[in-house]
Design a protein around this ligand. Structure first.
Ligand code: DX5
Ligand code: ZN
Length: 234
């Protein structure tokens, strides 16, 4: 699995969003990560479905919507209609995560499930099979520019093995404090979708920043077949 770079427009200039999106797509980014905050699940209020609808008209890039909202089940319909490709919600924000995944799929989008740093993998074990992506937060959600939380590396690695053992496919996204240095650790641990806000939009040379975060391809060693040396390039 090749690494996918998802710049977060949270760190972009909101007065020039179309240009800010074009800038990172021209620089090689595959996804545009859109941080939706409701002032309740997290303190700030950021972007609504109307902004997604406008961005849909100006880019063909994958719109990766990260819902940091309470009761995501009440919001997914408008974000799907607005043109989101991937809708990720927090497992902490709903009682019926499995149903939310089903609803996202019914609306024709890919479904992601996010975990706060304090939430254990057991919360999503029964959801991995249904999910297209699991988002491991490497900061507490709410703000750009925070420091990467090292303890999440073990969790990423455990998730990577969980997915491998289930013999299913599921992207592992990481979000928070990702830069050229932390990128190496999260990719080694098994993450393949890397969100970066300040490290991309704060850089003088955005193309170089994206290239540095993407880094060199990492070869993972699979373990699920004990009887054979199973070495896959991801
Ligand atoms: C944090 C958001 C992130 C944020 C990342 O709550 O979910 O997507 O924009 O910003 P950086 O890359 O600056 O940590
Ligand atoms: Zn995010």
């Amino acid at each position: 699995m090749a690494t996918i770079i998802a710049p977060s427009i949270l760190s972009a200039d909101f007065a020039h969003l179309a240009d800010e999106v074009k800038k990172v797509v021209d620089a090689g980014a595959e996804y545009i990560h859109i941080d939706v905050m409701d002032g309740s699940f997290v303190p700030e209020i950021t972007i609504g479905a109307g902004v997604v609808r406008s961005l849909r008209k100006v880019t063909d890039a994958v719109l990766d919507v990260h819902l940091m909202v309470e009761h995501p089940e009440t919001q997914i319909e408008s974000f799907a209609a607005a043109g989101a490709d991937i809708i990720t919600f927090h497992v902490e924000a709903t009682r019926h995560a499995h149903r939310v995944i089903q609803k996202i799929h019914e609306l024709g989008c890919k479904a992601g499930v996010a975990l706060n740093p304090g939430t254990s993998l057991s919360a999503i074990e029964e959801l991995v099979e249904e999910s297209d992506m699991i988002l491991i937060m490497t900061v507490n959600p709410g703000y750009g520019g925070q420091k990467f939380i090292e303890s999440q590396l073990g969790k990423i690695h455990m998730l990577y093995h969980m997915i491998d053992e289930m013999e299913t496919t599921c992207d592992i996204e990481v979000d928070g404090g990702i830069n050229a240095e932390t990128s190496v650790d999260v990719r080694e641990a098994g993450a393949n979708v890397l969100v970066a806000g300040s490290a991309v939009y704060g850089a003088a040379d955005v193309a170089k920043a994206i290239k540095d975060i993407r880094g060199k391809e990492i070869v993972h060693h699979h373990h699920h077949h004990d009887d054979e040396e199973d070495e896959d390039e991801l």
